[in-house]
Design a binder for this molecule. Sequence first.
Ligand code: WTA
Length: 629
Amino acid sequence: MSEKFDVKLDEKHYIPDPRIKAEAWTRDYETTYGEFLNDPEKFWGDIAGELEWIRPWDRVREWSYPYARWFTNAQLNITSNCLDRHVLNHRRTKAALIWRGEDGEERIFTYRQLAREVNRFANGLKSLGVQKGDRVCIYMPLVPEQIVAMLACARIGAVHSVVFGGFGVSALNARIHDAEAKIVITADIGVRRGKTIPLKGIVEDAIINAPSVERVVVLRREEPQVELLPEMEVDYHELMEGADRTCSPEVMDAEDPLFILYTSGSTGAPKGIVHTCGGYMVGTYYTTRHVFDIKENDIYWCTADPGWITGHSYGVYGPLAVGATIVAAEVTPDYPDPGSYWKIIDDLGVTIFYTAPTAIRMFMKHGETWPQQYDLSSLRILGSVGEPLNPEAFEWYYHVIGCGRCPIVDTWWQTETGMQMITTMVGEPMKPGFAGKSIPGVIADVVDRNGNPVPPGTGGFLVIKEPWPAMLRTVYKNDERYRKYWSTIPGYYAAGDLAVKGEDGYIMVIGRADDLIIVAGHNIGTAEVESALVSHQAVAEAAVIGKPDPVKGNTIKAFVILRTGFSPSEKLTSELTYHVRKTLGPIAMPSEIEFVERLPKTRSGKIMRRVLKAQEMGMDPGDISTLEE
Ligand code: WTA
């Protein structure tokens, strides 16, 4: 593929206040990047040296295509770095975790308190017979105990598989099965938009055909307490009560698995992505510190649930490794009203805020008056992840939320990459629509099918050319699938995304390669057309699909959610069609527009276009276990 995408390389950019750059951990992107290129092993070795190891490494990296080992023969425990290291220094009484419930309940844990909880629960798990290498499934709501459970597994070397608490029986069952989990940790209920979700009940159904499961640990939140099944179910608090407050960290090899995480699966069957202890720790520690430019006094909030990779890397492990104060909240952005996030930022003085474009677009839809009711002046840095941050959403985030003061880090990465890979480092010029450049330590590029770099302005495949510490090591029980990541485009890791580079090397991520529509022989990215639609003032959200057409191969059909104050009409349909034509050209013009109230999404917010497509064509939508409702 090397046809012109006809992406307008909008040269609009924002230059942050020079003081931001002068004070950033990465002060000079070009110099740091040069140092990395000059000696990648020294670059990563120096970063790893900032952390604590039980035994140092023999080699920083061993690369035998397509298998990499990082920090070979080193020994560590990630929780010693996330907890003990801080308990032994000035962070002992620092807040590690500030948790908020939907009803405003607040719980705060200092580093010392969090460490104790983790140790006790680790001992509790041991008392149930959990050993190093065993898989433990964590199916919990976003409560402190979810984070405690993850860290407790890591403490004793058990491999956690966190399953988002919004998944249903069959998705949970498939994940328990594949990982052969010995223990499932859950809660009686999750809370979402004023309703309760019966998690324990879902677990009971999900383990019927899962012989690997020996015990279920249940956190009981509700009064009166639900009954537990004797022999099978164990109360979380009872397990904690008898447990010792200290638990020595299991000695882990750098390449021992830390966790399995099943990908969100907007494209087919879930894959168990395997991450290991050493490289993952180093990669998430470094990116958290440098991309968010975290300083000692920051209050950092990543809105992602730990059920997703973003929650793993930037909600738990990365920020705790740097010793930050993290906020976690069991809230939805529009409940009880569209001010719920802004209230938390105001109340807690959040300085760094990391969320997803789908949330930002939802906020845009509800208008500026919501954020304007709150004091957001504590904010210093804004982050985005999960989908392309379209220029309109960028502008809104930048001006309405950041008041033109806060750099936006639009971070591109994946469950597979484990850590952020592309962004615009704090202090560097920002270009709306462009994620940015490779983070120092990473070599990303846009290439054609054969791996040759495409010229600026031409679409291509996003690849990573060299291994990086937090990369996936395999796909659980499916190493062939792992090798495919490295063989689709010879020699490189193929991310499966389409992208385009500007003259200045900035990368714009267009969307998934499988979300491409070929219309009359031209490649059209669904994300491009959607972005064009969303740039119209009437549109809140849009999804487009290709419909088979005898002449053109495909035509484009768009599903559009309107903003409050606009209603469907023929006039609006033709206005939108014309708007896309004007923005992207006639080839990208939708031939059909349907106004809808909602779009099928995965629980991480990705639009499931294949569900729309299946509906449209009267076909079976395939695996929809990841669908939100
Ligand atoms: C998309 C989430 C554009 C991309 C961390 C990728 C993005 C997939 C961005 C991975 C971004 C993530 N700009 N697209 N900043 N961040 N994506 O595994 O298509 O849930 O391949 O990891 O999300 O989704 P995953």
